[in-house]
Design a protein around this ligand. Sequence first.
Ligand SMILES: Nc1nc2c(ncn2[C@@H]2O[C@H](COP(=O)(O)OP(=O)(O)OP(=O)(O)O)[C@@H](O)[C@H]2O)c(=O)[nH]1
Ligand SMILES: [Mg+2]
Length: 305
Amino acid sequence: MSEHNQKFGFVAVAGAPNAGKSTLINALVGAKVSIVSPKVQTTRTRVLGIALHENAQIVFVDTPGIFQPSQNNKLEKAIVSAAWEGVEDSETLLLMVDASKKSGKATQYILDHLKDGKARKTILVLNKIDKVRRAELLDISQKLNESFDFEATFMISALKEDGTKQLLSYLASQMADEQWHYPEDHITDMPMRLMAAEVTREKLFYKLHQELPYNLTVETDTWENFENGDIKIEQTIYVTRDTHKKIILGKDGAMIKQVGQQSRQELSTFMETPVHLKLFVKVRENWQDDAERYSMWGLDPKASS
Ligand SMILES: Nc1nc2c(ncn2[C@@H]2O[C@H](COP(=O)(O)OP(=O)(O)OP(=O)(O)O)[C@@H](O)[C@H]2O)c(=O)[nH]1
Ligand SMILES: [Mg+2]
């Protein structure tokens, strides 16, 4: 690619929890860079996913879902604050809406904030159209467009990759004439140790229920590259209560074994080499108060919103 006709830009993706933001970014990048789960609040920090389309390099900023954090919950406040930062920094914003959801409260909350902020190109993306009737879709689109001045509206299914190509080529056409910021083969800026911890956290999200997924965190403690190419990774799952530890271990350690197998498989595929993964579970009642636990995600433990 000649450096003279390169295009480049950042595009933030924001919306209510579970709207499908991470699914969309993975589809546009063409690889899994951000973990996905059926539960809300899966993404905890800003994740960059870098996509190429013709002469354009587009850096997508995945953000945690925006919601009203509970008064005394430090982690929730830090997560939502990271999401707003992603939005504030962006020149172009995709506002993602789950069109199959009845209540648009979270979206309205975000729009009200956007109205007060700086001028930016905001594009409405109605997602999950595979679950919604067309008439309903047009109705949602009309209502949202009446309440906010969107640059464009797209109706897509991130999961089925329906309409995602059109969205990507539209965004590419909007990028400025600017040299690429990343090498051609870069798909994320996330450090591998964090990425590996995120993969394990995703597997736990699928297996665990109720409040448990939100009360745990995963960290990569050691990472060893062997001469034969194999990788050995040790990770600790921090939980807040002994009962949670028991659930994660499962009967005779069956649960943690399954989680370990699934995570190891995905990591081996991703890194194209055998991965040996060892998981530990530790109870640390107040990990949500440890500044150290936040720094690996680049989250601010003192965030106030
Ligand atoms: N039917 C359908 N499901 C979708 C679509 N896009 C995403 N999903 C599902 O919606 C759920 C949430 O997807 P995520 O990509 O994790 O959503 P998110 O907006 O990143 O969520 P948070 O990180 O928690 O804010 C997952 O179960 C996805 O498989 C879609 O187009 N159609
Ligand atoms: Mg997400």
